[in-house]
Design a protein around this ligand. Structure first.
Ligand code: NOJ
Length: 550
C-alpha cells in the first residue's frame, strides 16, 4: 500500500496560480459501501494515494443529487450532496481530511442547465406558457403549422435537436425548451434575476461550508445570442450558443462574491475556446483561472505544442489577464492521452462536435508508444507557467477502455447520436487499485462500468514501489515541479531541430523530444533532474522529456 505522505502546506496566498489539482470523477474512484458506485468516503479512505502524488488539491466532479443522465451534470438540487455518495456528512468528512493534509477542495458548479427533475423545471412544465415558472428556462413556441417544428435549427452538443417539446398541463402538445446538451438538461434563462439570485446563493452556500473554489461547467454558455437566430449551417459550430459578451457580467458578479471572503478562493472556467479568446475570461475582476484545452487537442508534434503554448502566453498579454492558464491533458470528457497519442490506425469518425473529432477518435493503439508520449507530454505540461489539472487514472498510465460492451454504455451521447458516437464512458471506468479481487479493489460490489482484464497490470498495487512505473514518475515529477521558480518566465531555447522543444524557466530547463533520433542535450542545460525514459540524460530518446537544472 501507499505510504502516508507528510502533510504539505499549499502557499497561503494565490495558491491557485501554480497549483496541481487532481480531478476526481468520484463515481469511479473508490467505492466504500459496496454498491458498485464510488463515493466520498471512498475518496477519504484513499487520500494517502492522492497525497502521495504531491498535488495541492482536489476537484470533485458534481456530487449533488441527480438522476445521473449525464454523470451528475444534471443537478436536481444544488445545495446538498447526493445520498449515494454519502450525503453532506461524508462531504464534511472529506473536506476536513483534505484540509488536514493541506489539500484544497474545489467543487463543480453547473450553472448553464439543471436536471429536468429540478423542482423549478417540474414547476415550469406544470405552468402555463408565459408564466414566471417558465421564464426561468428558455421556452419558446414551435414553428410551422401547430408549432410542431422546433423554434430554431440548433443542434444539441450531444446530437439531435437542441429543443424538446412539452405536453401542456391541458394535455395538448405545447411549447419547446432549449437544452444545449441532453433533453434531461434544460438550459436556464440567465436574463431572469431569479436565476442570478439562485446561483449567488449556491456559491455562498458552498463557500460558507469551507470549499476553496469552483470549476465552472461550460462557463461560456450561459448567455445565448439575442433572438436565438437560425444557423446558416446547423451541422457546423454554433456561435450563438457560446462566448456571448454578456457572460462576462456573471463572472464579475461571482468574483465579487468570492472576494468578499477572507480567504483565497478560486473560480476556474471550462471554456473550449482558442487560446486568444480564453484569455478574456481571466481579465482583472473576472475568473482567476481558465482551462486551455487547446494544448490537449494538439497532436504529439513539437510545432503544434509550441504554437499552442505561444498563443496562450500571447493571449494572456493581449487581454492583460490577471488570472493564469490552466493546463490539462486528460479529463472525463476526452479519450485518455495514452490512447490519443498512441493511436496508430484511427477509424473514420463523424460528429457535429468539433472537440469530439479532435479528442475522441477510436482505433488501433500502440500502448507503449502512447504511454511514452503521454509521460513526455505530462512533464512538458508540468514545466509550464500556470496551474495543472490531472485526471484520476492518468497517474497509472491508463489507456482508454474502447471495448466496453454497447449495452453497458451510459453516456447520453451514445443514444443521442443514434449509436454513431461512442461517447466518453471509456475514460470513466472505475480505477484498478489491486491486480485482483472484486472490481480490482475498487469495491466489493464490483464496478458500475465493466473493467477489462488488462486493468490488472495498471493497478495502483502493481505500480506502487516500482521505480520505473508511471505512478512513480508522476510522484517524482509533481514533487520536482514544486522546486521550479513559478515566478520565472518561459523562454524557448534553440535546439537546432524541429522535433525537439527546450524551454527555460530560471535555472530549470525542460527538453522534449517528440520524434526522430536521440537528441544530445547541450551541457549548458544543466544536470539532469528527472527523465521520463531510462537513461543518463546526456541524450534523450524519441517520445521523452528530460528536466535539467544548472
Ligand atoms: C462539460 C462537462 O465536463 C461534461 O461532462 C458535461 O457533459 C457537459 N459539460 C454538460 O454539463
Amino acid at each position: 500500500m501507499t505510504k502516508p505522505a507528510p502533510a504539505r502546506t499549499a502557499p497561503a496566498t494565490e495558491w491557485w496560480r501554480s497549483s496541481v489539482i487532481y480531478q476526481l470523477y468520484l463515481k469511479s474512484f473508490a467505492d466504500s459501501d459496496g454498491d458498485g458506485v464510488g463515493d466520498l468516503d471512498g475518496i477519504t479512505a484513499h487520500l494517502d494515494h492522492i497525497a502521495s502524488l504531491g498535488v495541492d488539491g482536489l476537484w470533485l466532479n458534481p456530487c449533488y443529487p441527480s438522476p445521473n443522465r449525464d454523470g451528475g451534470y444534471d443537478v436536481s438540487d444544488y445545495r446538498t450532496i447526493d445520498e449515494r455518495y454519502g450525503g453532506l456528512p461524508a462531504f464534511e468528512r472529506l473536506l476536513e481530511a483534505a484540509h488536514g493534509r493541506g489539500l484544497k477542495l474545489l467543487m463543480d458548479l453547473v450553472p448553464n442547465h439543471c436536471s429536468d427533475e429540478h423542482e423549478w423545471f417540474v414547476l415550469a412544465r406544470q405552468a402555463e406558457p408565459g408564466s414566471p415558472e417558465r421564464s426561468r428556462f428558455i421556452f419558446a413556441d414551435g414553428r410551422g403549422p401547430d408549432g410542431a417544428e422546433p423554434p430554431n435549427n440548433w443542434r444539441s452538443t450531444f446530437g439531435g435537436p437542441a429543443w424538446t417539446r412539452v405536453t401542456e398541463p391541458g394535455g395538448g402538445p405545447g411549447q419547446w425548451y432549449l437544452h444545449s446538451f441532453d433533453s434531461s438538461q434544460p438550459d436556464f434563462n440567465w436574463a431572469n434575476p431569479e436565476v442570478v439570485d439562485m446561483f449567488d446563493g449556491v456559491l455562498r452556500t458552498w463557500f460558507d461550508r469551507g470549499i476553496d473554489g469552483f470549476r465552472i461547467d461550460v462557463a461560456y454558455a450561459m448567455v445565448k445570442a439575442a433572438g436565438l437566430p437560425d444557423l446558416a449551417d446547423p451541422e457546423g459550430d454554433n456561435p450563438y450558443l457560446w462566448n456571448q459578451p454578456g457572460v462576462h457580467d456573471i463572472f464579475k458578479r461571482w468574483r465579487a462574491i468570492a472576494d468578499s471572503y477572507q480567504r483565497e478562493l478560486t473560480l476556474l472556467g471550462e471554456v473550449w475556446l482558442s487560446p486568444t479568446d480564453a484569455a478574456d475570461y481571466i481579465r482583472p475582476g473576472e475568473l482567476k483561472q481558465v482551462f486551455y484545452f487547446d494544448l490537449l487537442q494538439q497532436p504529439f508534434e513539437a510545432g503544434a505544442f509550441q504554437l499552442s503554448i505561444d498563443e496562450t502566453l500571447a493571449g494572456l498579454k493581449r487581454a492583460e489577464a490577471e488570472g493564469v492558464p490552466t493546463w490539462t491533458l486528460n479529463s472525463h470528457d476526452v479519450h485518455r492521452a495514452v490512447t490519443r497519442y498512441g493511436l496508430i490506425e484511427p477509424e473514420p469518425m463523424s460528429s457535429a462536435d468539433a472537440n469530439a473529432l479532435r479528442t475522441r477518435a477510436r482505433g488501433q493503439v500502440d500502448v507503449a508508444l502512447g504511454q511514452a508520449r503521454a509521460n513526455a507530454a505530462m512533464m512538458l505540461m508540468l514545466a509550464l507557467p500556470g496551474s495543472v489539472y490531472l485526471y484520476q487514472g492518468e497517474e497509472l498510465g491508463l489507456p482508454e477502455v474502447q471495448e466496453l460492451p454497447d449495452d453497458a454504455r451510459q453516456d447520453p451521447i451514445w443514444e443521442r447520436s443514434q449509436h454513431t458516437e461512442y461517447g466518453r464512458d471509456g475514460s470513466r471506468v472505475p480505477l484498478p487499485w489491486s491486480a485482483d479481487g472484486p472490481g480490482f479493489g475498487f469495491g466489493v460490489g464490483g464496478a458500475w462500468l465493466p473493467q477489462p482484464s488488462w486493468f490488472a497490470g495498471f493497478a495502483v498495487a502493481a505500480q506502487d514501489g516500482t521505480p520505473d512505473s508511471v505512478l512513480s514518475l508522476y510522484r517524482r515529477a509533481i514533487r520536482a515541479r514544486h522546486t521550479i521558480d513559478q515566478g520565472a518566465a518561459l523562454a524557448w531555447l534553440p535546439t537546432g531541430r524541429d522535433d525537439v522543444l527546450a524551454l527555460r524557466r530560471g535555472n530549470f530547463v525542460s527538453v522534449s523530444v517528440f520524434d526522430g533520433p536521440p537528441f544530445p542535450v547541450p551541457a549548458g542545460f544543466g544536470r539532469p533532474v528527472l527523465l521520463s525514459q531510462p537513461g543518463d540524460g546526456s541524450t534523450l530518446p524519441s517520445a521523452s522529456t528530460g528536466w535539467y537544472r544548472s
